[in-house]
Design a protein around this ligand. Structure first.
Ligand SMILES: *[C@@H]1O[C@H](CO)[C@@H](O)[C@H](O)[C@H]1NC(C)=O
Ligand SMILES: *[C@@H]1O[C@H](CO)[C@@H](O)[C@H](O)[C@H]1NC(C)=O
Ligand SMILES: *[C@@H]1O[C@H](CO)[C@@H](O)[C@H](O)[C@H]1NC(C)=O
Ligand SMILES: *[C@@H]1O[C@H](CO)[C@@H](O)[C@H](O)[C@H]1NC(C)=O
Ligand SMILES: *[C@@H]1O[C@H](CO)[C@@H](O)[C@H](O)[C@H]1NC(C)=O
Length: 371
């Protein structure tokens, strides 16, 4: 496996420009999807990369800070100047919905909206594919129908998987939401719990899922021309094409349910270059710390940490900092997590904990996305 991974990177990084692939990358604009996709693009030296995404991706990536590629072309699914503002607004609405609703209600709210984004991306992609040939198409995992698209475009297919997959039906894996570990599943009582948990979840979401998928299947573009039939329900469900699946999440956090040889763990993508040339409050703070001494804590755009969990987290961090003089912590809190943190801090009665948490040389709190 290690050998294959190495080979993959060698192919990506070192082949001469004349042999470079024409690569098409497609991602929605959400941070967790577009950031790893862009980092993958930056690794593809000597290839020609065309990158299609939504314009609000600009709020997470500085695209003018170039990937050093032989050629890089950026295309937004909607060039209208209002599109950025509208997409940001839509993103904010979705995150706010997550705050006040259960995960599954939130998914039911989000997925049809995601469907519209994907449809706009696919429309742009299909128009491009009608005039240009690509060797490889790399889609982020939420772009349903990538395999049908690749088959029609006669391109190799790669799916880049940044997020945890909702695999409700594999009882041998811990249900994503059950908080069980793979080790626990070796015990009978946890296995029983896992099956019960999964069944309850399936019953709960079944009705919603049908409505959601109906909406998504309706929303795909039927662009007149060679791709007119590509996104029919039949094609999207039954197109058999081999897609290389690249996982970002380490197997220790999430073990892919199907570990056949088309599934590879590619690792997280970290931008290692940008901080040297950036001087702001945060980068100055980081640069003042010894190498490997900063613990970085983030919960994504939609993750909500309940108050009691926040209390435990913060207490644990404070205890850790008191035991470990050389360490400091960078906390990135999106949405209401920032307010939850403030609440916990204000109610903290342990003065030693309070002091270390309020020491801004030891703890830096960022209310939002951190590059
Ligand atoms: C984006 O990157 C370019 C080139 O590195 C730099 O000049 C510019 O200031 C950056 N923009 C932002 C908003 O950071
Ligand atoms: C880009 O890559 C070329 C060749 O790999 C290298 O010579 C050049 O210094 C790189 N430029 C930057 C800005 O990293
Ligand atoms: C592009 O964005 C604008 C502003 O949000 C919107 O009015 C327009 O309908 C969008 N176009 C497409 C093709 O989605
Ligand atoms: C979510 O609920 C809180 C109180 O429970 C309320 O203040 C807030 O306005 C609600 N937000 C949305 C987007 O409904
Ligand atoms: C689809 O793409 C074409 C060409 O980019 C554009 O003219 C058209 O407005 C788009 N339609 C939709 C529904 O996004």
């Amino acid at each position: 496996m290690a050998y294959l991974r190495l080979l993959f990177f060698l192919i990506l990084a070192f082949i001469p420009e004349s042999l470079g692939f024409n690569v098409l990358m497609i991602s929605i604009g959400a941070a967790g999807h577009v950031v790893p996709m862009f980092e993958l693009a930056k690794g593809m030296k000597n290839h020609h990369v065309t990158f299609i995404t939504e314009s609000y991706a600009q709020s997470y990536i500085n695209f003018t800070s170039y990937p050093n590629l032989s050629s890089f072309r950026l295309i937004y699914s909607n060039d209208s100047t209002d599109a950025f503002i509208d997409q940001k607004k839509k993103e904010k609405e979705i995150v706010e919905y997550f705050i006040n609703h259960s995960l599954f209600d939130s998914l039911a709210y989000m997925i049809p909206r995601l469907g519209i984004s994907i449809s706009t991306l696919m429309n742009k992609t299909v128009h491009l594919l009608m005039v240009e040939q690509f060797d490889v198409i790399i889609g982020s995992s939420v772009i349903f129908g990538i395999n049908a698209l690749c088959k029609e475009a006669k391109a190799s297919c790669v799916i880049q998987i940044a997020e945890q997959q909702l695999d409700l039906f594999n009882f041998n894996q811990p249900n994503s939401f059950s908080l069980l570990s793979s080790t626990q599943l070796t015990e009978l009582k946890y296995r029983v719990y896992n099956v019960a948990f999964a069944l309850r979840t399936i019953v709960y979401v079944f009705k919603q899922l049908i409505a959601i998928f109906y909406t998504i299947f309706q929303s795909f573009p039927r662009v007149p021309g060679p791709f007119y039939e590509t996104f029919t329900l039949k094609n999207r469900l039954f197109t058999k094409s081999k897609c290389l699946q690249l996982f970002n999440l380490p197997p220790t956090l999430y073990s892919p349910s199907s570990s056949h040889h088309w599934t590879k763990y590619l690792g997280a993508f970290v931008d290692e270059s940008s901080i040297d040339n950036t001087d702001n409050d945060l980068t100055k703070w980081i640069k003042s710390k010894p190498l490997n001494s900063v613990v970085y804590v983030a919960f994504g755009s939609t993750g909500i940490i309940e108050l009691d969990r926040m209390k435990n987290l913060i207490k644990g961090l404070a205890a850790f900092l008191l035991q470990t003089d050389t360490a400091s912590v960078l906390l990135a809190f999106s949405n209401i997590n920032y307010a939850q943190y403030q609440t916990v801090l204000n109610e903290m009665t342990n003065n030693e904990y309070r002091r270390v948490l309020l020491n801004n040389q030891r703890v830096k709190v960022e209310p939002g996305f951190v590059q």
